[in-house]
Design a protein. Structure first.
Length: 292
């Protein structure tokens, strides 16, 4: 004899995404904004539907397993908030599912933000020129990953990008270099002009051009895998600042990651650690790997 939760899930698999969302509205047990690093408790048969940035994510608890589904949607106008609905229905069966064995009676799920797992090449829509011996602070917003963590020990089971990442090769040739993500940015100079979104973290990048010639910044390599994530008193997400110094040697530049978010962020609490730890001292790369 089939359990009620199983019968409900089988019926819901026949529904389209639109019908699924309508069903969630009828069956919902909660409809609220999502929150990072806040434990949620589900009952067997329940599904959380997250609408966050360009992503739709479904997390389901069954008697013996967790199921996670996700899909990317290109939208002209991305919603500003993180919408979360808990109900008893699933999206279309066309959406792939990841299954994870449920250990014990774990009913808790926590969503922890994470930066990209490799460097990200930031391309300003309009290039910037920094005068000789000049400097500026560029505020960059980068899309996050959602780490789905299960149980009171927050065991990581899935890491989902909240925006489909593009890949690019950075190096002097096809043999020397590294594979990075690529993202465009407005590279805003005024902090007030930076949109604050729950699926993006703000990184201040301080570039000091010590050369006697101007420096044209058409793109730069942000070490996102070395950045931790913090939340300020307004609920906004920040990373520590990144400092780049270009000396007289045009073939080299130095990069340093601050230990904490900048004073402009205000009081902050840590949410997610960096994927890789920063070694002591300066993190150095050749100039063409940072700006080329």
């Amino acid at each position: 004899m089939k359990q009620p939760a199983e019968r409900s899930l089988k019926r819901s698999l026949k529904h389209s995404p639109q019908h699924s969302l309508a069903a969630d509205q009828r069956w919902k047990s909660s409809n609220d904004d999502g929150l990072w690093a806040s434990p949620y408790t589900l009952k067997s048969g329940e599904t959380q539907h997250h609408s966050l940035g360009h992503s739709q994510i479904w997390v389901t608890l069954l008697d013996m397993e967790w199921q996670i589904r996700s899909q990317q949607e290109e939208q002209q106008q991305v919603p500003k908030d993180w919408k979360l609905v808990t109900g008893h229905s699933l999206p279309s069966s066309d959406i792939p599912v990841q299954r994870f064995i449920r250990n014990g009676d774990a009913e808790m799920v926590t969503y922890v933000p994470a930066m990209a797992d490799r460097p990200t090449v930031i391309r300003p829509y309009q290039p910037l020129t920094i005068a000789a011996d000049g400097q500026c602070v560029i505020y960059v917003g980068t899309a996050l990953w959602m780490n789905v963590c299960i149980g009171p020990k927050q065991v990581l089971v899935a890491s989902i990008p909240l925006s489909e990442p593009s890949l690019t090769w950075v190096g002097s040739n096809t043999m020397e270099g590294e594979l990075c993500y690529s993202a465009q940015s407005y590279a805003r100079l005024a902090l007030d002009a930076v949109p604050k979104r729950p699926w993006r973290a703000v990184t201040p990048v301080n570039i000091h051009n010590r050369r006697p010639q101007p420096l044209l910044v058409e793109r730069f390599n942000l070490p996102t895998q070395l950045l931790s994530i913090h939340r300020n008193h307004l609920g906004q997400l920040w990373t520590p600042g990144v400092n780049v110094e270009v000396d007289t040697d045009v073939n080299a530049a130095s990069m340093r990651v601050d230990p904490s978010p900048p004073p402009a962020a205000g009081p902050c609490e840590p949410l997610g650690p960096a994927r890789e730890q920063v070694s002591r001292g300066r993190f150095v790369r050749t100039l063409d790997r940072i700006f080329g």
